[in-house]
Write a protein that binds this ligand. Sequence first.
Ligand SMILES: N[C@@H](CCC(=O)N[C@@H](CS)C(=O)NCC(=O)O)C(=O)O
Length: 205
Amino acid sequence: MSSITLHEYAASGNCYKLRLIMAHLGIQYTRKHYDILKGETRTPAFLAAVNANGRIPVLQVDDSYLPESNAALWFLAEGSAYIPEEKFARATVLQWMFFEQYNHEPNVATVRFWVAYVGKENLNDWQQQTLPLKIAQGYAALDVMENQLAKTDFLAGSTYTIADIALYAYTHVAHEGGFDLTRYPAINAWMARAAGQKGHVVIGA
Ligand SMILES: N[C@@H](CCC(=O)N[C@@H](CS)C(=O)NCC(=O)O)C(=O)O
């Protein structure tokens, strides 16, 4: 039996993805907290031992470290009902996880972080100039999700998978960044279905 430690920051949606899958699967683990606002993932010790990329989450399995939330999600869920067995269905799960990292998280999560954690008044010039574009691109990603979820109960089809976990993490707190989710009925119905899954836990818990 492996020993699992989650190196994390509780308010991070990327870290929440891993707490959520481990709650669904009943996996026991230890939590190690870092204050990212104080640069605690940028120390020489963290960079040398935990993640040379200076970010959390990092899943530690015994003495091995796995950064990147979606890689860790895949590792934890492999062999469970949260990843389909059929080849095309598995690739469809990955499709949404790559979408999350390229189109959704850099916009929806970044806007939330800048607005709710850093504070609009503390943004540097580049961040202030970039904010409207990030908001527009965040809405574009939410539009893509709304389009899919108007057709299927979950992102990769009829069952709840790690694609849903990856995208639920920052979508359900997007309003904290100022995104208006009331305009997305299919996303709201999907979020309620996700929150109703067995073993669901809330972010920050
Ligand atoms: N692609 C990475 C992104 C990780 C990431 O951006 N982590 C943020 C918190 S959500 C972080 O560690 N920020 C602290 C920093 O960059 O110093 C993942 O999905 O795990």
